[in-house]
Ligand binder design. Structure first.
Ligand code: BGC
Length: 371
């Protein structure tokens, strides 16, 4: 079968003919329909991240996935050929209590693998085999957007982490109900846009920032879902003196991460989701003032990575709500669908102002929006 492969830590990406995986007992064979491309994939292609499986000279790339079941072992009940599925990414170490209870996103040993990222082959290939535990069934009506489920799961987890902190601000009995909490989303790539959508579904007042004007698809979607958009190309001062209960960062920019602390309101929380390059230094951080404000404001800064199956399931529920509430907004989240053959172009450069580029691995699948 054809697979998009990388050879970390070497930069570069190639299309390789590799043996199709064999169906393991209790396994499910999946024909891949689509794979989304994200910043992590670009970092791996640039040679800055990623790890091949032990004893293998290459890694099959791809972790944002959507596929259709083609073969089911007799010992894998609950799946049938034709079912749409999205596979989760992380495989736990099996050693700590989190990994033993399907919460490998909180793995404490660090000895996990991640399909398509670190130590396990991914989904940017014609087929993969997986056991049911890691396969999330997708209803057919979500077919056109289900390739967004993996980034959606990351967003669902991140927002829960922020909400856990904000729950300290629960309503006070006898006092008027507090106004809806406010959220700032930094970055309008897929993670930022999905965060804006989920936060709107949860009733937050949402402002999203990026370095673009009002003419981008992201700005138009934000307007359609009732979120504010601020172009901060001229600096964060453009946001004005508004401060936010929850700030969700989705850029991986080290300097921005520090600046965002200044946009937190009292008792607020900053959730970081972008993964910066480890070698990037910070510039001009007024550390004393920063930490002073954090302490005096009861503020919290939380990192959030990956997502377990429960967040994929939450993502499916929210995708269904989003589809009902803003049917015109959601198709714009996928900026382009490109054929597998254009893998080198798609993975070779990061296009500014786009939300999500998807590689079509198997064209013409049921509901394929490119047909
Ligand atoms: C993926 C996560 C993964 C993280 C770190 C992200 O792009 O969506 O599943 O845990 O990278 O490797």
């Amino acid at each position: 079968m054809r697979a998009v492969v990388v050879r970390p830590p070497r930069a570069g990406v190639e299309l390789l003919e590799v043996p199709a995986p064999t169906l393991v007992p209790g396994g499910v064979r999946v024909s891949v329909l689509e794979c989304g491309v994200c910043g992590t994939d670009h970092d791996i292609v640039d040679g800055k991240y990623g790890r091949a499986p032990v004893g293998t000279p290459f890694l099959i790339l791809g972790h944002e996935n959507l596929g259709v079941v083609t073969e089911v072992d007799a010992a894998a009940p609950g799946f049938a050929p034709g079912d749409l599925v999205v596979a989760t990414v992380r495989r736990g170490c099996g050693e700590d209590r989190f990994c033993r209870t399907n919460r490998s996103d909180f793995c404490e040993t660090g000895r996990f693998t991640e399909r398509g990222i670190g130590g396990a082959h991914g989904y940017m290939a014609e087929e993969y085999v997986e056991v049911p535990e890691y396969l999330v069934p997708v209803p057919p009506e979500l077919r056109p957007w289900a390739v967004l489920l993996e980034p959606m799961s990351v967003v669902e987890k991140a927002i829960v982490q922020g909400q856990l902190v904000l729950d300290r601000k629960e309503p006070t009995p006898g006092e008027p109900k507090p106004v809806a909490p406010s959220a700032l989303v930094a970055g309008t790539g897929a993670i930022g846009m999905l965060a804006a959508l989920v936060l709107r579904v949860r009733g937050y007042r949402v402002t999203a920032i990026d370095r673009h004007d009002e003419t981008t698809p992201a700005a138009r979607i934000l307007a359609a879902i009732g979120a504010d958009h601020v172009n901060t190309a001229g600096g964060l001062a453009t946001v004005g003196d508004r401060r936010f209960d929850l700030v969700v960062e989705a850029t991986g920019s080290v300097d921005l991460d520090f600046s965002l602390v200044n946009l937190l309101g009292p008792n607020g929380v900053l959730v970081l989701t972008g993964i910066p390059d480890a070698g990037t230094p910070a510039h001009d951080v007024a550390g004393g003032a920063l930490w002073r404000d954090v302490v005096l404001g009861n503020q919290a800064i939380v990192g959030s990575v990956n997502a377990n199956r429960t967040y994929f399931e939450a993502g499916l529920r929210d995708l269904a709500v989003v589809r009902q509430r803003w049917p015109d907004a959601i198709p714009g989240l996928i900026s382009a669908r490109r054929p597998l053959e254009s893998f080198a172009d798609v993975l070779g450069g990061r296009a500014g102002g786009t939300i999500k580029t998807v590689l079509t691995i198997r064209p013409g699948g049921a509901g394929d929006a490119t047909r």
